[in-house]
Design a protein around this ligand. Structure first.
Ligand SMILES: Cc1ncc(C[n+]2csc(CCOP(=O)(O)OP(=O)(O)O)c2C)c(N)n1
Length: 288
């Protein structure tokens, strides 16, 4: 947030503030080598997967980061060594990619299973439904985590969606589960169950995690569409506020101090990294 307000970040960013319990809980339940695909709101997933915060900040700042050399920025980060196949700004586009990864995992027969995170708005994209149908017919194990934060951009989900995501799973003979997406332990348990159900049944499983976005859709969003008092209400169920209650005052204080130090240090080190060289802009670009 500080980097954004200081104008250090080019373009827009989509923060997952308020939604942290979903990636944290899910990654606890997954194997470290289960392929992961997220939306542009995927920062939490990359960090939960263990991406180095210095590389992470450097990528958002457009520096010559060890992740994607500043080419991906906030919305397209990938981390090959952590099996993160990338964020994606095309709404719903991660699902067909997950189907392909699922085919590859099934063929390899090594027990891996892809996990794709999408927003509830993406559940109205045609390719999501084609992909779910195909994955179910072809018996491809995979997990679709729908992060239902109540909005698709600036439109309330209730204005867009006649049938909730978890109920739609039945249309493709998939199991559809719901979970409190603000409770990391509940998310971990439900995703662990989804993982074994999917591998045993050979069909995809959908997990709808109910959560709240405690900020705008993107960095420049004034949120004029939010009803008065909504943010304040949601802040009370913020996973960080809930999680703090699981710790003693002393433990919580120590964690907060450690995290603040880690973030500050990582940010300073990332800012010190140089921008990529203009003459190398064509590196990693392939044409036939
Ligand atoms: C195919 C496509 N259509 C439209 C857009 C514009 N767009 C960007 S984000 C967004 C809303 C997505 O909402 P949701 O899937 O609920 O994800 P959230 O932002 O809430 O995480 C839309 C329509 C896009 N990026 N891609």
């Amino acid at each position: 947030m500080q980097a954004l307000t200081q104008g250090l970040v080019s373009g827009s960013t989509h923060l997952c503030i308020g939604q942290e319990a979903v990636p944290v809980g899910a990654c606890e339940a997954l194997r470290d080598d289960d392929p992961l695909i997220t939306t542009y709101r995927g920062h939490g997933w990359l960090l939960a997967r263990g991406v180095d915060p210095v590389d992470f900040f450097a990528e958002i700042l457009g520096r010559d980061s060890a992740l994607n050399g500043g080419r991906a920025g906030s919305a397209y980060m990938s981390a090959a060594e952590h099996h993160v196949y990338g964020e994606n700004s095309i709404v719903g586009a991660g699902v067909p990619i997950a189907v392909g990864l699922g085919l590859a995992c099934r063929r390899a027969g090594d027990g891996r299973i892809p996990v794709v995170s999408i927003g509830d708005g993406a559940m109205n994209q045609g390719n999501v439904h084609e992909s779910l149908n195909m994955a179910s017919v072809l018996r491809i194990p995979m997990i679709v985590v729908v992060e239902n934060n109540g909005y698709a951009e600036m439109t309330p989900s209730a204005m867009l969606t006649a049938v909730p995501a978890a109920q739609r799973a039945a249309a493709y003979a998939m199991v559809g589960l719901e979970v409190d997406g603000n409770d990391p332990q509940a998310v971990r348990d439900v995703v662990a169950g989804a993982r074994s159900t999917s591998l045993e049944s050979g069909r995809p499983v959908l997990v709808e995690a109910h959560t709240h976005r405690l900020g705008g859709h993107y960095s420049g969003d004034a949120q004029a569409y939010r009803p008065a008092g909504e943010l304040e209400k949601h802040r009370q169920s913020d996973p960080l506020v809930q999680g703090r209650k699981l710790l003693s005052e002393e433990q919580a204080g120590r964690v907060e101090a450690d995290v603040a130090m880690l973030v500050e240090d990582a940010f300073e080190r990332a800012v010190a990294i140089a921008a990529p060289k203009a003459e190398e802009a064509g590196t990693h670009v392939y044409a036939r």
